[in-house]
Ligand binder design. Structure first.
Ligand code: ADP
Ligand code: MG
Length: 609
């Protein structure tokens, strides 16, 4: 009898299966272990994570590492994914400055128009018909500010609105003889241009502004011609959905519009070369990829957005895998249409508009060499013979077949972090497999960018768990509409917030988006990545490229744990008459541990006692 360890190093997770082998068909699994992968998959740094995972599996069953007969590594010709987003066009507007945000307590309400003037300059103004909007910087307290505005009003100066740096809108307004709309919490108050025509709008509680979010109203207010009106579109779009806003017309002459070319992708296949402009969108790009398959390389037009991205991918990969940049070839990409918040020049409170963008996951296959190096490194570190055994996708299917109720012919889809892999096994037990760029990490990236979270961990959390809105201290409304009541009051910090129901640790989101919108972004991101990839992966491995020839699909990998992804894939495959379900490796592991388990089983087949 020997003890062996199967080790699967993934982009995200390193999984281990420990078994006792006593004969070709006598394999007893004893333990499993799982840790986050250390370093990029297929690099020597992985060794640390592997040792950790081994210890976690071996510790509880009391077997020392030195008792292992052999360690089996997956032959991941390291498939390394990288993801990036490229904005298709970028428009920079310097003609109008704007402020639009949701301060919790703006003052007053209504739409007013006037020339911007510093609070302290009011004292020098006499009575007149020109309307003014006072700009109140952080060094003025609310009582002083209110007093100065009241004094001006008393002299017949028309102060119709105010822009305030601190959170003082309500406090000032309460002290005014004649209430005015006030936009407060304007961080960059010193950048508000003075002496310029401005329009200011504050919506009633629970409503959003209506005028300054409409390009034609902006045109009406400032007397813009059609060309100028067109340029206010990003401004108007950025102001949509806010409670209060200011638009300021800045001096003529700084109008500038700039478009950065998105660039072209070039697909090189066997004796074929196809180009596609990135701004034709994801569908066009993916149609072209399918035409050229199998890809030998993907290139990008230099000097463009997408060119820059590819350069970056190649450089990072070359570094990590210790190869010359020229040896790094991008062998698959997945494109998805998305939105990317774009900063608007002239914004005074950090506003943005959503621009169209294309998200790309690129996959780089490097040589087998790095895995061998990793094996040597592991032997050195812990003194256990280590071999690189078996192609990852082949091993995954062997592992998946330990799911009760499965048998060949069948197919698996491994939905991981960096890539989506599919394999089929036929009646003769022949295995065919493929790797596709793009999986869970890309979904997280899309959620992160489209919601403007700027926090990968938080986006990961939004991806994994459902949402709820805490409507009172004693009840929350779940995203499916059901209401849950609580005996004990909830944490007051959650009150009125949208929260992510991460088990044991609810996370409030700091966002102005509505709950339904967040759910939609989350689900679309999952669909865009996984449905497309599952279909194209299965097509490539199915007999005659016909998915209908496959009858059973089993999902393995971390994203198989997702609460929505399996159903989305299942729905998409239903059309082809394919039954889809989540694996339960060895009847105990769920969709996890398929590759590690498969490695052990494949090794046992050659065991000579
Ligand atoms: P790899 O083989 O590339 O290391 P894994 O099979 O570990 O990848 O899958 C990693 C992916 O699974 C990540 O994108 C992660 O967000 C996702 N994932 C892990 N657990 C869950 C979960 N409970 N719900 C949804 N996604 C999950
Ligand atoms: Mg994996």
């Amino acid at each position: 009898m020997i003890y062996v360890a199967g080790v699967d190093v993934g982009n995200n997770t390193t999984e281990v299966a420990i078994a006792a082998i006593s004969g070709k068909d006598d394999v007893r699994f004893l333990a499993s272990g799982m840790v986050p992968t250390v370093g990029i998959k297929g690099t020597v740094r992985n060794a640390m994570g592997i040792i950790d995972a081994l210890d976690r599996a071996l510790g509880p069953i009391g077997i020392p590492r030195s008792d292992l007969h052999v360690i089996l590594l997956n032959e991941a010709t390291p498939v390394i994914g990288d993801i990036a987003m490229e904005t298709i066009t970028e428009t920079v507007i310097t003609e109008s400055a704007m402020i639009g945000h949701n301060p919790s307590t703006p003052g007053g309400q209504g739409l007013e128009q006037g020339r911007t003037i510093h609070l302290d300059a009011l004292a020098a103004r006499g009575a007149g018909s020109e309307t003014l909007i006072a700009v109140v910087s952080g060094d003025s307290d609310f009582e002083g500010a209110a007093a100065k505005i009241n004094a001006a009003t008393a002299r017949g100066v028309q102060v119709v609105g105010a822009i305030v740096q601190k959170d003082d809108g309500v406090l000032i307004n309460n002290r005014l003889t004649r209430p005015i709309p006030i936009v407060d919490e304007v961080k960059f108050i010193d950048r508000v241009p003075l002496g310029m025509p401005a329009a200011l709008e504050v919506a009633p509680p629970g409503r959003t502004i209506e005028r300054l979010s409409n390009p034609y109203d902006i045109a009406t207010l400032f007397g813009l011609d059609p060309e100028e009106t067109k340029r206010t579109v990003p401004v108007a779009r950025a102001l949509m959905g806010t409670r209060s806003a200011v638009v300021i017309k800045t001096p003529k002459g700084d109008i500038e519009e700039r478009r950065i070319p998105a660039g072209k992708l070039i697909f090189l296949g066997h004796q074929r070369r196809v180009e596609v402009p990135v701004d034709e969108g994801a569908d066009a790009i993916m149609d072209r990829v399918a035409e050229v398959y199998p890809l030998e390389e993907v290139q990008a037009e230099t000097g463009t957005n997408v060119g820059g991205m590819f350069e970056q991918v190649r450089r990072v990969m070359a570094d990590l895998t210790d190869q010359p940049v020229t040896a790094v070839k991008v062998q698959d990409i997945l494109a998805v249409d998305t939105f990317k918040p774009q900063q608007i020049l002239g914004s005074l409170a950090g506003e943005y508009a959503l621009g169209n963008a294309v998200g790309l996951a690129a996959m780089v296959s490097t040589q087998k060499l790095p895995m061998l190096r990793l094996a040597r490194k592991l032997e050195e570190e812990i003194g256990v013979p280590t071999i690189v055994g078996g192609v990852e996708a082949d091993m995954a299917i062997r592992g998946a077949m330990t799911t009760p109720g499965t048998r060949a012919p069948m197919a698996i889809v491994d939905v991981g972090g960096g890539s989506t892999d599919a394999s089929v096994i036929n009646d003769q037990l022949e295995i065919k497999s493929t790797h596709q760029a793009g999986a869970g990490d890309m979904v997280t990236m899309l959620i992160n960018t489209e919601l403007g979270l700027d926090d990968f961990e938080l986006a990961e959390c939004v991806k994994k768990y459902p949402l709820a809105k805490v409507e009172s201290l004693f009840h929350m409304r779940h995203e499916n509409g059901s209401v849950e009541f609580f005996q004990e009051p909830l944490d007051p910090r959650l009150f009125g917030r949208i929260i992510v129901l991460q088990p044991g640790n609810w996370v409030p989101l700091d966002t102005k988006e509505l709950l339904g919108k967040i759910v939609a972004v989350r689900q679309q991101a999952k669909r865009k990545v996984f449905v497309r990839n599952a279909l194209r992966a299965l097509k490539l491995v199915s007999p005659g490229q016909n998915i209908r020839m496959i009858h059973f699909v089993v999902l393995v990998g971390g994203s198989g744990l997702d609460f929505e992804i399996p159903k989305m894939i299942s729905d998409a495959l239903m059309e082809y008459g394919v039954v889809t379900g989540r694996a339960n490796v060895r009847g105990t592991e769920g969709p996890r541990n398929a590759v590690a388990t498969g490695l052990v089983l494949a090794y046992a087949k050659h065991y000579e006692g």
